[in-house]
Design a protein. Sequence first.
Length: 288
Amino acid sequence: MRFAKYHGLGNDFLVVDLRDARAEDADAVQEPAVVRALCDRQFGVGGDGVLAILPSQHADARMRVLNADGSEAEMCGNGIRCVAKELHDRGGIAKEEIAIETGAGRLVCELRDGGVTVSMGAPRLTRGEIPMVGPASERCIEQTIPGVGPFTCVSMGNPHAVMFVNSSDDLRRLAETIGPTIERHAWFPQRTNVELAHVRSPQRIDLVVWERGCGITLACGTGACATVVAAALTGRCELGPEVVVRLLGGELSIRVLPEFANVRMHGPAAHVFDGELDPRAVAPRPEP
């Protein structure tokens, strides 16, 4: 089975096109133990996750996101750009707009300007939609987790808890310190991604993300979108204009449309190399 290694600003994945794969191979490569083994950076290929391209009755293809720990995510912003590029360049869908079915719904990707623009859809803003504990119709804006600080919570098809701080100096340290605790906090029944952000201006935000199921990653597309939404909800930026989000691996351009009607993300997707694997022969990491 061929796999392709891709990254979006250093957020890296193994992309496997399973649309014509044998059923036993398709099932095997999506097994949590196989995903963990493939993503291991010392004993496997290495990656933040596996992106499975599957048939769809509602779009050009379906994307399944499997985190490095073997868990499944509803959506991945950097990942969908990589899948769109694979489908366009090597997957037989050579058109400028590609529709991809995800756990967050059917999303349209536009390949232009050397990158991919994704219409991410409207953010989910209530506790019931994120999901969080508490009144289902209530929003969580600048609400304090005792002993940690205030968070604004948003779903971009997957949950995010965003904390704004006054400096960019300690963003990574803070994310590594509080990320594991907030990811599994009782507020979030399905766990959450955690964003530490510093707003330099209404048009520029510095961001470090602790990703659910992965830990610190160099970039997170849905995290960048959620952070700009949270900045608009808290009056730190305006709806409409483009906001540049600087992550550890580079920059994404995010635009939140008026009335939170849609979020558009633009960024790169890079093919790194191809390889061959037999998913039924992949061995889990040996115990020390």
